[in-house]
Design a protein around this ligand. Structure first.
Ligand SMILES: Nc1ncnc2c1ncn2[C@@H]1O[C@H](COP(=O)(O)OP(=O)(O)OP(=O)(O)O)[C@@H](O)[C@H]1O
Length: 270
């Protein structure tokens, strides 16, 4: 039932006559927390402009992988290659400087601030000695419009917006900060159909622009199939399934998870 990706060797070089290197390549990453082996041997590739769906049961290691890529954790072993260059990601700021940005469920927005202040958080435009509010307001409006994010006013307090709108602002902020690899950790969790559709539209729009490559963690496989080009399943700290969306189906993904559940109940698994 599993399609384990073959071990990956040298990154694609990107030299003349060869294909562009992937946006991101992860080879044989392992990570333990004391006695817990969160990741045992993870290899994956994210092509340029691709949307990759990362699925897996609770505790499979999805968040740990995202936290390693976002510079929050260091892997014990393995390597990470960003646009053809091997990197040792030392911190969240370092990941950002490499063009990797993460939008977590809690979004890191400040509810009491306006939409435009949140869009420019830690990157405020200053016309010494004051914040250049007019410029930030104008640019925030332009950028949200460019991405098709509908927010009535950039002067609105973020607390007054819906979950979907807040998620869209967090994604727009990452894209605006020049992220080339966007990691979305359960962007659709706890969202109704209308709100989820807003985010799926935004991801489709980003895909059409082709400027960012995206990994989405999601538990709703129908939504994964709607926007992702490819799906990877993480089980017990390894990628055990890697298929193009066009070659899989909701039934196949559901069967995988049911089989995993049965296996775990029988005491199998890791
Ligand atoms: N900081 C930590 N300290 C100790 N154990 C951890 C830590 N972070 C994760 N783990 C453990 O590593 C394993 C993988 O956790 P992780 O959160 O990556 O899984 P997940 O696939 O994201 O799960 P979920 O879908 O429930 O969020 C789990 O057994 C978890 O308890």
């Amino acid at each position: 039932m599993t399609d384990t990706p073959s071990p990956q060797s040298a990154p694609d070089s990107g030299a003349p006559g060869t294909p562009d290197p992937p946006a991101l390549q992860v080879d044989h990453i392992a990570k333990r927390f004391g006695a817990v082996a969160a990741l045992t041997d993870v290899s994956l590739r994210l092509r340029k402009g691709e949307v990759l769906g990362l699925i897996g049961d609770n505790g499979a290691g999805k968040s740990t992988l995202i936290k390693i890529l976002s510079g929050f954790h260091r892997p014990d072993t393995g390597r990470i290659v960003v646009e053809g260059e091997e990197v040792a990601i030392k911190s969240v700021d370092h990941a950002r400087s490499l063009g990797i940005d993460t939008v977590y469920q809690d979004l890191a927005l400040i509810n009491e601030l306006t939409v435009y202040h949140n869009m420019f958080l830690n990157r405020e435009i200053v016309r010494w000695p004051l914040l250049h509010n007019r410029a930030m307001r104008r640019l925030a409006r332009k950028h949200l419009d460019d991405l098709g994010v509908r927010i009535a006013s950039v002067d609105a307090e973020v607390a007054k917006l819906s979950g979907g709108q807040r998620q869209a602002i967090a994604v727009a902020r990452s894209v605006y900060s020049d992220a080339r690899i966007l990691l979305l950790d359960e962007p659709l969790a706890a969202m109704g159909a209308k709100e989820g559709a807003l985010i799926l539209d935004l991801v489709r729009d980003l895909k059409a622009r082709g400027e960012v490559s995206i990994i989405i963690i999601a538990h709703n496989y129908a939504q994964v199939l709607e926007v992702c080009d490819r799906v990877n399943l993480l089980q017990h700290g390894r990628i055990t399934y890697d298929k193009e969306t066009a070659e899989t189906s909701l039934q196949e993904l559901t069967d995988l998870v049911v089989a995993e559940y049965r296996n775990t109940r029988r005491g199998g698994g890791s």
